[in-house]
Design a protein around this ligand. Structure first.
Ligand code: UD1
Length: 428
């Protein structure tokens, strides 16, 4: 198993290019299933989750051409309307094929994701939404079987009928739930209104891609999205938005370790909450065009964070801020309101000497002057990023084990950090 060895105590200086967003690329790759024409994507990040999604789509019959960050997908001939357990268990986002398959072909068989390290994460909202649009859904042997009854007016040569537009209220804000139903509604008969929809920028990026494919969508980025279904979608070109979580992770790393870094190909307008918190910690931040510069010359001040759906503080940045708070001046409280078990990194941070108390969904972190390097283990994607940041500020060597989690969501992280001056190498 691969590990990262980090020699802590170096400041970060220089420029780093931000990759395309994983959480935008994954649903957009699935949008290729909605048309028999080609979808041309650029700025697609080179990540394990993206490779898993490509493999899943290829297994269904999608033809894919790759060249650097460019991906051309053609779903002209789909022979398997199925996402098997092996794929869905390694990447929950595989559930995003459900909406496109059901709406274009009238049927699908997708494995239930099961639990994961950060909580139970059910997909009941995806299922209820499709049922409201007329799909018959039953769960059998761990698989979601969805079928739209025949004779409901689909003219393309698919096996099942056509979904109907519906008014759908989400009990909880769900990012992939909103994306799945937005894709399903794009080809449904009539108008679908999604209420209490996710407002995340990745939902908006998917909507832009779907609109370029001929979908009629209004309100993406607000909590009410209205989609007027069309008979057919066509090919399009789309550039995947920059990754706001990767951006935030590098900024927190520099705020914790000290230094002067500039992100290029980034977007400050979708990071407002994170940038405000970094300024509160004492960092100076300048954003201009697609660059964001952060300067930090002192020990950070402790900052409280409370996660909530966008535009509030993202749960995917919680662990990284926890790492910064471990060496900050003062005490901070971190409250996690999205996932029930997203404090797995706390035990590992304690092994480096961090002082953290957890009570339910709140963690109180008492900043200490110095962490000490040790061997620690990554448990999920963002927890891994948190441990890398802790390794960058700890005294001596930190070994981060099980970094396959990191490779799911961060493109060439050790190369990018090395270019900023970090002493970090991969042990194979
Ligand atoms: C997406 C992101 C993930 C991020 C999360 C929250 C992708 C590929 N992943 O995950 O990085 O951490 O949003 O911002 O975009 N829930 C239900 N029933 C459902 C769906 C969700 O109860 O049918 C619950 C979840 O358990 C969780 C909350 O709703 O407590 C939010 O989850 P959701 O927004 O759906 O997360 P994902 O879309 O899986």
């Amino acid at each position: 198993m691969q590990k990262l060895a980090i020699q802590g105590g170096t400041r970060l200086n220089g420029e780093v290019r931000i990759s395309g967003a994983k959480n935008a690329a994954l649903p957009i790759l699935c949008a290729s299933l909605l048309t028999c024409d080609s979808l041309q994507l650029s700025n697609v990040p080179d990540l394990n989750d993206v490779a898993t999604m490509r493999k899943l789509l290829q297994q269904m019959g999608v033809k894919i051409e790759l060249s650097g960050g460019q991906v051309v997908l053609s779903a002209a001939h789909i022979d398997k309307l199925e996402a098997p357990y092996d794929m869905v268990k390694t990447m929950r986002a595989a559930i995003l094929v459900l909406g496109p398959l059901v709406t274009r072909f009238g049927e699908a068989r997708v494995s239930l994701p099961g639990g994961c390290a950060i909580g139970s994460r059910p997909v009941d909202l995806h299922i209820k939404g499709l049922q409201a649009m007329g799909a018959d859904i039953h769960i059998e042997h761990g698989y979601i079987h969805a079928q739209v009854p025949q004779g409901t007016g689909r003219s393309s040569g698919s096996g099942g009928g056509r979904l109907k537009g519906a008014r759908i209220f989400f009990d909880l804000v769900s990012v992939t739930g909103t994306e799945n139903l937005m894709m399903a509604a794009a080809l449904a008969d009539g108008v679908t209104v999604l209420e209490n929809a996710a407002r995340e920028p990745e939902v908006v990026d998917l909507a832009h891609c779907l609109i370029a494919m001929g979908a009629k969508i209004e309100g993406a980025g607000s909590d009410t999205i209205s989609i007027a279904g069309v008979e057919k979608l066509h090919g399009a070109s789309h550039r995947v938005m920059p990754d706001r979580i990767e951006s935030g992770t590098f900024l927190v790393a520099a705020a914790a370790a000290g230094g002067d870094i500039t992100l290029t190909d980034a977007r400050a307008d979708i990071l407002e909450n994170v940038l405000e918190k970094l300024q509160e910690a004492g960092a100076s931040i300048q954003a201009a065009g697609s660059t964001i510069n952060l300067k930090m010359s002192k020990r950070p001040k402790a900052v409280n964070v409370r996660t909530a759906p966008y535009p509030a503080f993202p749960t995917d940045m919680q662990a990284q801020f926890m790492a910064m708070n471990t060496i900050a001046e003062g005490s901070a409280m971190v409250v996690e309101t999205i996932f029930e078990n997203r404090f797995m990194h706390v035990q590992e941070l304690r092994r480096l000497g961090a002082q953290i108390e957890v009570e339910g969904n709140a963690a109180v972190i008492k900043g200490c002057a110095q962490l000490e390097g040790a061997t620690i283990m990554a448990t999920d994607l963002r927890a891994s990023a948190c441990l890398v940041i802790a390794g960058l500020v700890a005294q001596g060597e930190t070994i981060v084990d099980r970094i396959y989690h990191l490779d799911r969501g961060y493109e060439h992280i050790e190369a990018k950090l090395s270019a900023l001056g970090a002493q970090i190498r991969r042990l194979k």
